[in-house]
Design a protein around this ligand. Structure first.
Ligand code: FES
Ligand code: FES
Length: 216
């Protein structure tokens, strides 16, 4: 019996076999990329919903793909681009807005969850001619460099002072039953979800402290 390993196979034979195999694979493959891709869903099958938000004091009616985040509704549908998209994963705080008095990461929340809600963005806090006290304090204390995180920082800071005034404790509050201190430690803890890659943290604390009316 012949040992197959003894059968002489030339380099030419190997190349011919390889080319034949590749040609067979190509014959079975879809002719175009369009054939390979799944057919797009017909527009009618994409769930949509009507939602009305009260944004910066104005009722705004929207007809949205139900998967639209509040951040995209604000930026892409209402052209309120003051609110920034940083990570889009709830990790940086650049997208912070105030909804019914509470700060939230708008990238992590669907717009349809906020029917009838009062939404305040950086555009609703003040205007260039008439800054909100927190905006003026950030300017005065250089609480920013590139400014990308700043709208989220300011919305968060406004909500933080409200939380403290309402007596809501944080992870570093020593006494959960007493009104939290307006200390730098409290402010740092409460602002820890707002990342600043320029590292303006100490100036941000100075700005918030000034608005809170206490010395750092
Ligand atoms: Fe929302 Fe970063 S963009 S947390
Ligand atoms: Fe640049 Fe904060 S000012 S990231």
């Amino acid at each position: 019996m012949n040992n197959p390993l003894d059968t002489p196979v030339s380099r030419r034979d190997v190349l011919i076999a390889g080319a034949a195999s590749a040609a067979a694979g190509a014959a079975n493959a879809p002719a175009t990329a369009a054939e390979a891709a799944p057919a797009p869903a017909p527009a009618a099958s994409i769930p949509r919903a009507k939602v009305t938000l009260n944004v910066n004091g104005q009722a705004r009616a929207l007809d949205l793909d139900t998967r639209t985040t509040l951040l995209d509704a604000l930026r892409e549908h209402l052209q309120l681009t003051g609110t920034k998209k940083g990570c889009d994963h709830g990790q940086c705080g650049a997208c912070t807005v105030i909804v019914d008095g509470r700060r939230i990461n708008s990238c992590l929340s669907l717009a349809v969850m906020h029917e009838g809600a009062q939404v305040t963005t950086i555009e609703g806090l003040g205007t260039p001619q008439r800054l909100h006290a927190m905006q003026a304090a950030f300017v005065k204390h250089d609480g920013y460099q590139c400014g990308y995180c700043t709208p989220g920082q300011i919305c968060s800071a406004v909500a933080v002072l409200d939380e403290i005034n309402r007596g809501i404790p944080s992870h570093v509050s020593a006494d959960l039953t007493a009104r939290p201190l307006l200390s730098a430690e409290e402010l740092r803890e409460r602002m820890s979800g707002n990342i600043c890659r320029c590292g303006a943290y100490s100036n941000i604390i100075d700005a918030i402290t000034e608005v809170a009316g206490v010395k750092a």
